[in-house]
Design a protein around this ligand. Structure first.
Ligand SMILES: NC(=O)c1ccc[n+]([C@@H]2O[C@H](COP(=O)([O-])OP(=O)(O)OC[C@H]3O[C@@H](n4cnc5c(N)ncnc54)[C@H](O)[C@@H]3O)[C@@H](O)[C@H]2O)c1
Length: 425
């Protein structure tokens, strides 16, 4: 069915896009063997049978495969976007028309529509929530407290969301237990590093088609995401400069062979700037004042807070969209500065987000996290939890198996050696 006469509730851009979305969802599924195994078990065991869930995630082909897995596990699922620019409209159409999953998300929606969609995704009174940036948790705790008693648990995908939730828990303000998916090794070591690494460079190249080789490429933040972007930018031949506030991370960047300096100095040198800190105003007014003509800025951190967009607008005479995903700011002193994806996650605004092969592991964690909290919520306090280590190891084992890679196992003798304090030199 490719028309709007489906009975599945939705607010999406265009139902007729469904056939393209179906093909792309199938393409992503090829690279998601771990999620496929989980889906096959969910079909048999229905661990989420009848559980009402609201998932606020980037509506991409990989998310579609997760949504189908949750539906096949028995969940009564509603999906909304976790960013106004990241929705793939053909995927939203396919989810509604082909897979019967309610979606409320339109690429390019304004702020009001974005929040209206979150409210619509909450209308079936969810028992579980799934977030990427904690926006559903925020709406539930601010505007829909009446629904809180019915929510038994949730999951959170990303670093910034986990930080927010931990501070809510510390203040005693969190209304239900949440699993921090980001904390699993099979999530942040791969998704944040290799996923953000590749897709951020992909977004910058698709948006600009500018050669990276020989350019000064400034990476703000040397966390998991920053490490990935810095190493891939170097692989493209760029001269990478790292800015940090954490001395250990800064030292690591130095020993990884990057130049490290404060943003005040980097601002004068950079041709490209990418922020990946989860912080605010990392590129601030003073830096915008000294950037050279033609500098290109992008953010790949969770929120559009990392570049001071207010200062940029105030310092410019005007802006125009010079290419899809590229805005040219004409500064009052005559310089031109360029901003990609309106300062929102450039890998989703200007490209397609992470490749499916890494989202396979992130979303295996999400599916198993939803199952874990559905089973264990009555034993948990209103805190932020990590998934048990066995789950993490099992996901890694399944991924290696799917890749056809075998590893060694500890012998009994080695197990004894590694756990005994009596063995010595
Ligand atoms: N683009 C994506 O698809 C994607 C994927 C995963 C995570 N994220 C987001 O990216 C951001 C970074 O995630 P991460 O996992 O790398 O976090 P992280 O905590 O591992 O790293 C962040 C780094 O930024 C540094 N930092 C903080 N303020 C700074 C400042 N003012 N100047 C320079 N450095 C500063 C911190 O010291 C830290 O080393 C988060 O907002 C996260 O939610 C985005």
């Amino acid at each position: 069915m490719t028309t709007a006469d489906t009975k599945t509730p939705s607010d999406i851009a265009n139902h007729a896009l469904a056939p393209d979305g179906i093909k792309r969802i199938e393409w992503a599924a090829r690279e998601m063997p771990v999620l496929k195994l989980i889906r096959e078990r969910f079909v048999r065991e229905k661990p989420l049978q009848g559980i009402r869930m609201t998932a606020c995630l980037h509506v991409t082909t990989e998310t579609a495969n997760l949504a189908i897995t949750l539906r096949d596990g028995g969940a009564d699922l509603r999906v909304c976007a976790s960013n106004p620019l990241s929705t793939q409209d053909d995927v939203a159409a396919a989810l509604v028309n082909e897979y019967g999953i309610p979606v409320f998300a339109i690429c390019g929606e304004d702020n009001e529509t974005y929040y209206r969609h979150i409210h619509q995704a909450l209308e079936h009174n969810p028992q579980l929530t799934m977030d990427d940036g904690a926006d559903v948790v925020a709406v539930l705790h601010k505007d829909r407290r009446d629904l809180l008693p019915g929510v038994v648990g949730g999951t959170e995908e990303t670093t910034t969301g986990v930080i927010r939730l931990k501070s809510m828990a510390a203040d005693g303000a969190l209304g239900y237990p949440i699993v921090a998916i980001n904390e699993s090794d099979t999530k942040h070591l791969f998704d944040n590093r290799y996923g953000t690494g590749q897709s951020t460079i992909d977004g910058i190249i698709r948006a600009t088609n500018v050669l990276l080789a020989g350019k000064n490429f400034v990476v703000a933040g040397y966390g998991w995401c920053g490490r990935g972007v810095a190493s891939r930018a170097r692989g493209m031949g760029a001269q990478v400069i790292v800015t940090e506030v954490d001395p250990v991370k800064a030292l690591e960047a130095v020993m990884d062979g990057f130049r490290v300096m404060p943003m005040a100095d980097a601002a004068r040198e950079g041709d490209f700037f990418v922020t990946l800190t989860g912080d605010a105003n990392v590129i601030d007014r003073a830096h915008l004042e000294t950037m050279t003509y033609g500098a290109i800025m992008a953010n790949s951190g969770q929120f559009d807070s990392e570049i001071n967009l207010k200062a940029l607008a105030g310092m410019s005479e005007g802006k125009r969209r010079i290419r899809a995903s590229v805005e040219e700011y004409k500064m009052q002193d005559g310089r031109k500065l360029f901003l990609l994806g309106e300062g929102r996650l450039v890998n989703l605004a200007a490209a397609e987000g992470h490749p499916a092969a890494v989202m396979d592991m992130s979303f295996a964690n999400q599916a198993l996290g939803a199952e874990w909290i559905a089973v264990n919520h009555h034993k948990l306090a209103h805190e932020v939890y990590e998934l048990p280590d066995e789950v993490d190891k099992e996901i890694a084992r399944l991924k290696l198996h799917a890749m056809g890679i075998r590893i060694d196992y500890l012998t009994d003798e080695q197990k004894k050696y590694l756990t005994s304090w009596k063995e010595g030199t």
